[in-house]
Write a protein that binds this ligand. Structure first.
Ligand code: GTP
Ligand code: MG
Length: 305
């Protein structure tokens, strides 16, 4: 097994244990009936797959299978298949268009979602691919935020543009982008401050940042990435909705899947708000962040090979 599949399996362990233990508990008898299907639906809901999505999965799964013999392994495999179908349209890579120079990536999300860490990891990956990368520290609220990005910058050996603590973040983006254009960078990441989706002032500030970016590079940001913390469960769905109302979100990164049994939330989001999922994170090291693959994820969630 490749090391990523290993990490993914381990990372999804809490989610998959919840599902597989639940399945073992429900299917003590061999035949599928209305009652077991209902219990299965409840299990999926409790695993954060959402009411609508859980009903859909169970309906597809139960069709033509009621009152038939079915093994636990088959149940898991069939469920994984249904979840894979829902996730597949969201499997998309973050394509860095080399005609856009610099290719501007705006990273947004609630406090602690993993924005800065993800930028650090992606910067390192792109740098290793030979790209000229820089970072803009537009989280000007906290001095520690700038320092954190600088540490990642040093680690990845990429330039970090920062301003004085408390300076205007939109203005900083403008200056940072001007410098990036001059330097001829291929990719620039803009790290923004964490903001809760219910703080309208902060959401307005995000719109202002977006506007200012467009003033200097009309086609930018070329990718606006919403980082979601899987441990937020159903609240992550609300974040997709509200950030999506403020800005055009091009894709998602879901982090901290290793810390929660709520990994099913990705299926609910894919079903209700289909959005490309660029990366998923299953731990703190750089190897723990990888491109999202629907088949691997669905199998990992059900603990099947
Ligand atoms: N276990 C685990 N931890 C993660 C993962 N991704 C990020 N983290 C940790 O989550 C914490 C918060 O990450 P940050 O990158 O600082 O989050 P942020 O969105 O920049 O936070 P703010 O700037 O405060 O809004 C850090 O300790 C990261 O190491 C992951 O996939 N798994
Ligand atoms: Mg941060």
């Amino acid at each position: 097994m490749s090391s990523w599949l290993n990490r993914l399996g381990l990372g999804l362990k809490k989610s998959s244990s919840k599902l597989t233990d639940g399945i073992s508990g429900i299917f003590t008898k061999k035949k599928l009936d209305a009652e077991t299907l209902e219990e299965l639906e409840e299990l999926l809901i409790s695993a954060d797959m959402g009411v609508k999505t859980s009903a859909k999965i169970v309906a597809a799964f139960g069709a033509n299978r009621q009152d038939k013999d079915i093994s636990e392994e088959e149940i898991k495999a069939k469920l994984a298949e249904e979840i894979e179908k829902i996730l597949l349209p969201c499997q998309k890579s973050l394509e860095i268009d080399s005609n856009q120079k610099p290719f501007v990536i705006l990273m947004i999300g609630v406090n602690g979602a993993g924005k800065t860490t993800t930028i650090g990891k992606l910067a390192q990956k792109l740098k290793q691919q030979g790209k000229k990368v820089s970072l803009i520290a537009a989280d000007t609220f906290r001095a520690a935020a700038v320092e954190q990005l600088q540490v990642w910058g040093e680690r990845a050996d990429v330039r970090v543009f920062a301003g004085p603590n408390g300076c205007d973040s939109a203005g900083l983006c403008y200056d940072g982008l001007a410098q990036t254009i001059k330097a001829g960078d291929d990719v620039v990441f803009i790290d923004t401050a964490g903001r809760l989706q219910n703080k309208s002032g902060l959401m307005d500030e995000l719109k202002k940042i977006d506007k200012v970016i467009k003033k200097i590079i009309p086609t930018a940001p070329h990718a606006t990435i919403l980082t979601l913390d899987a441990t937020n469960g159903q609240n992550a769905m609300a974040q997709v909705e509200i950030f999506g109302e403020a800005l055009k979100v091009d894709g998602l990164v879901m982090t901290k899947l290793d810390g929660t049994a709520k990994g099913g939330i990705l299926a609910a989001i894919a079903d209700e708000h289909p959005t490309p999922v660029f990366y998923i994170g299953v731990g703190e090291s750089i190897e723990d962040l990888n491109e999202f693959n629907a088949t691997e994820f669905a199998k990992g969630l059900l603990g099947t090979e």
